[in-house]
Design a protein around this ligand. Structure first.
Ligand code: ZN
Length: 85
């Protein structure tokens, strides 16, 4: 991925108990805007630039979780193979 021209961010909208909307970035998981009017979120979203260190943090976390799951599945397969013999 080109760091100078990353793909455009996408956002999830969460409706809050106080009848406002939060806009949450899918890349850095930060709440980038809050408004009582959902369409108003877009202007802030258009200006949002992810903090690269936060994006990197979640990328590494995701990789660690994925590696952990792979290790666990290797362990389970080992147990299954042993009990099968
Ligand atoms: Zn972001």
């Amino acid at each position: 991925m080109n760091r100078l021209n990353p793909k455009p961010a996408s956002f999830a909208h969460r409706f809050n108990d106080d009848e406002t909307f939060d806009s949450i970035c899918h890349s850095c998981f930060q709440t980038v805007a809050q408004s009582a009017h959902e369409p108003d979120l877009q202007s802030v979203e258009n200006l949002h630039v992810c903090n690269p260190s936060i994006v990197e943090h979640y990328r590494e976390l995701s990789k660690a979780v994925s590696d952990y799951r792979e290790e666990r599945s290797d362990v389970s397969e080992g147990i299954l193979n042993r009990s099968g013999n």
